[in-house]
Design a protein. Sequence first.
Length: 299
Amino acid sequence: MTRIERFGWRGAVEPGIGRVVSAHGDYYHLVCNEAEGEILARKKKSAFGRMKTVAPDDMKGAKKSELQASEPLKPITGDFVRFRHNAQGDSMILEVLPRFSHFERRDPAARRTSQTLAVNFDTLFIMMSLNEDFSTARIDRYLALAEDIGGGEAVVVLTKADLWRDGDEAFVDELVETIAGRARLLKVSSLTGEGMDAVREYAAPGKTLAFVGSSGVGKSTLLNTLAGEEWAATQEIQEWSGKGRHTTTSRELVMLPSGAMVIDTPGVREIGMVGETDQVVAKGVSTHRWRKGQTPVTQ
Ligand SMILES: Nc1nc2c(ncn2[C@@H]2O[C@H](COP(=O)(O)OP(=O)(O)O)[C@@H](O)[C@H]2O)c(=O)[nH]1
Ligand SMILES: [Mg+2]
């Protein structure tokens, strides 16, 4: 098996196929068959710079300011791309290859755009903790957005099970009712290891897990736990004392010792839940365009 296949590529193995493991503006780190480690690549301006403005179907007669700009898909972490390798300097990303799964959220600030949070995952972990931000409405929202993910499976993951108190069962019952057979429900604790076997079932070689959920629910901690006992142990004091928080770094797609990969998305404050009555974003309206300052910040 070649390196790109170990990183989840399932198509024909050809030269110049890479997977984005982290994105930094116009620059991307890729893994590929052409080199060990990661290579730096940037996207070809002429392929991604052009934009034409179109009115989505539901916006006929819309004002110019409301029109959506369409442009070729911009690569994000998890994408497979076609690129031109340059061993001497920056390689050039030519196009984003078709995504087999994708998860998008509404942008609460800009009513009619959406943001792609994760792509090319086999399993989407929709994560929530019982103690801090429990909201069955939010899970309902995530599951509604997840109806459209393509080839992946959504799983609801209740985190920090060690912090559960008597009486929390009622919340869990409410949640089970909300999920209503739409997804599997896992209950985990990165602290005690509870539920980790069920998580590891998904972490099979070549599979990609994507973690989404509000900031602070324990996404990065679960990743650390899966990434290795040793690594997690060195972080323990800092992690559990609450003094410092491990923040999601720019390396967003991580290869686990099991051979599975995790895409740890940065903390998402909103999932388009400005009001419960918000419509789910219309299909095809997504622009993959994000105004300055709206890029989700790490944590
Ligand atoms: N008690 C407990 N705390 C946890 C657990 N998982 C994460 N935390 C804590 O929750 C906080 C946020 O975790 P983090 O992984 O950074 O959340 P993220 O923003 O979703 O990546 C940190 O202080 C963690 O130590 C858990 O299973 N049990
Ligand atoms: Mg994090």
